[in-house]
Design a protein around this ligand. Structure first.
Ligand SMILES: [Zn+2]
Ligand SMILES: [Zn+2]
Length: 194
């Protein structure tokens, strides 16, 4: 509490609030889904914790569009502004369209994702790291569900990730590396230590 910041759409009918501390690392994505989603050359986004997020105006005006099996774009149906992406397989997190914030979240872009999938006429003019995929995740397997794995990347930090049909052979307790290739729907998992 106390560090709530506000965001809104183009027409101003929809507004939300979220504690700045619930906003994660800010990244820029150049993948084709993000570019179409935003009608922009890149999507500036952050994963945010759903628990502190709330709509404060215009919630009945929200429209949802499912653009991938577990992903929905949530936007204002009056003006079309994309506000958040809902992760149906990870309801505790959402993808925040950080450029819709009306206040400074106190965080800056740290890297460029899927940089190789941008068209050649889009330039990157800073020295931040450029990745052609999302970063690998290292962690310990906490639980194995159908199609999903719960990974503990740091003490108290757990991520539920969708895994590739040929994810590999691993068990609860293993330390693993999870990698996501562009265009793939699930992470591939390899054991680092048993
Ligand atoms: Zn609007
Ligand atoms: Zn993207």
């Amino acid at each position: 509490m106390g560090d709530e910041i506000r965001g809104s759409c183009l027409c101003g009918a929809v507004a939300y609030e979220i504690p700045a501390s619930d906003i994660g690392v800010v990244t820029t994505c150049y993948c084709s889904l993000c570019r179409k989603n935003h009608g922009a050359e890149r999507r500036l986004r952050a994963s945010a914790r759903t628990r502190g997020f709330r709509w404060v105006a215009g919630e009945p005006l929200l429209q949802r569009y499912r653009y991938a099996p577990e992903r929905e774009k949530v936007f204002c149906r009056v003006c079309g502004t994309p506000l958040v992406n809902a992760y149906l397989d990870q309801p505790e997190l959402l993808g925040l369209a950080i450029a819709t914030l009306d206040q400074d979240p106190g965080k800056r872009n740290v890297l460029h994702l899927f940089a190789a999938s941008r068209p050649e006429w889009i330039e990157i003019r800073d020295d931040l790291p450029q990745l052609d995929t999302v970063p690998d995740m290292l962690g310990r397997v906490v639980r194995i569900d159908p199609d999903h794995v719960l990974l503990e990347t740091e003490p108290g930090q757990q991520h539920r990730i969708r895994v590739h049909a040929e994810a590999g052979d691993f068990s609860v307790g293993d330390r693993v590396r999870a990698s996501l290739a562009h265009g793939e729907r699930g992470f591939r998992v390899s054991v680092v230590a048993r």
